[in-house]
Ligand binder design. Structure first.
Ligand SMILES: [Zn+2]
Length: 99
């Protein structure tokens, strides 16, 4: 199977779909904190399609210290992860910023 390739998103315009620019950590599910999240966004070359691929991706992300994450498949699939600076949880609810 094709290997996963991950690249950390560094904020460069055009690398992710514009729709995602307003998507950000909204609330910590553990302590209800709603500010000061440490966010990591990765660009990924493919979406896991089997249990094997899911565990492979999980392993790759664990190596980077990421336990909880969301995968979003748009034109350019993304992996989003955030850590609550208050309680250290990575169980974070994401939402689109209100305009
Ligand atoms: Zn928290």
């Amino acid at each position: 199977m094709k290997k996963f390739e991950l690249k950390e998103f560094n904020g460069k315009m055009g690398e992710i779909d514009r729709d995602w620019y307003d998507f950000s950590p909204f609330e910590c599910m553990d302590c209800k904190n709603s500010e000061g999240f440490q966010t990591k966004i990765f660009l990924i070359n493919k979406i896991p399609k089997s249990k094997d691929e899911e565990s492979e991706l999980k392993r790759i992300l664990l190596e980077r210290g990421i336990k909880e994450y969301g995968i979003f498949s748009s034109n350019k699939p993304l992996i989003l992860s955030a850590i609550c600076q208050k309680c250290g949880s990575d169980n974070i609810f994401w939402d689109f910023k209100k305009k």
